[in-house]
Write a protein that binds this ligand. Structure first.
Ligand SMILES: Nc1ncnc2c1ncn2[C@@H]1O[C@H](COP(=O)(O)OP(=O)(O)OP(=O)(O)O)[C@@H](O)[C@H]1O
Length: 208
């Protein structure tokens, strides 16, 4: 279980939110909602341990993440809002590099299958710089199909730039992860056809 208590986020000299708390249990999908600039991305970065909170605590399986960051990160997949892609590498090379850097298997066949599944069968070997925005997004999202062992998926605007079918496929993949006992926490400004309606956390309710 992911537990967040009394979280406060400071940016510069501005307190974005405080007193934010929630629980995320196995099988749950949580949508982080709120207007532009309210602090959704900032919250994800606090939850993943990429940024430090002004106050409060994030616990994973009962243990503060600051105490055993490595154990937490082994069970976490975080995809930020901008796909981190090397333009000179192909989708396959990018995916294999990302998997290897994260300590996951980067087997060529498995990565190829993930890219085919995400709809990039015809772009496997193109340099990433020629891909469309939606295709670039898909390169990053292909990691989902190689990350079933990571219980917690934290995704910042994963649906951005995707077409209608890709949105539906991604919603299905996220629903499947939850149905298998995983957890998903995501931000999005658009509706997606999840199998079960996500729980909503309104960051605006904690805004300062
Ligand atoms: N140094 C700073 N001083 C004051 N405010 C800051 C500073 N740095 C960032 N901010 C503010 O912190 C907030 C960060 O927003 P964040 O990206 O977390 O929002 P978001 O809810 O994800 O927004 P969006 O929906 O647009 O993606 C913004 O309102 C930004 O203006």
């Amino acid at each position: 279980m992911l537990e967040v208590d009394d979280l406060a986020c400071l940016k510069g000299d501005r307190l974005l939110f405080r007193g934010l708390a929630f629980r995320l249990q196995a099988g749950e999908l949580l949508r982080v909602a709120g207007p532009n600039g309210v602090g959704k991305t900032s919250l994800l970065r606090l939850v993943t341990g990429l940024a430090l909170a002004e106050a409060g605590e994030v616990r994973w399986q009962g243990c503060p993440i600051r105490r055993d960051r490595e154990a937490f990160h082994r069970e976490l997949l975080y995809l930020g809002h901008a796909p981190s892609i090397n333009d000179l590498l192909s989708p396959l090379e990018n995916l294999r590099f990302a998997c290897a850097a994260a300590g996951d298997g980067s087997d060529e066949e498995a990565c190829t299958q993930a890219l085919v599944r995400i709809g990039l069968a015809n772009q496997l070997d193109l340099p990433a710089r020629v891909l469309s925005q939606g295709q670039r997004r898909r390169v990053g999202l292909a990691r989902l199909f190689l990350s079933a062992r990571r219980a917690l998926w934290v995704l910042d605007e994963p649906f951005t730039a995707l077409d209608v079918k890709a949105v539906a496929d991604l919603a299905q993949a996220l629903s499947d992860h939850c149905a298998g006992g995983g957890m998903v926490m995501l931000t999005t400004h658009q509706d997606a056809p999840f199998a079960v309606a996500p729980r909503v956390l309104d960051v605006g309710a904690y805004a300062c």
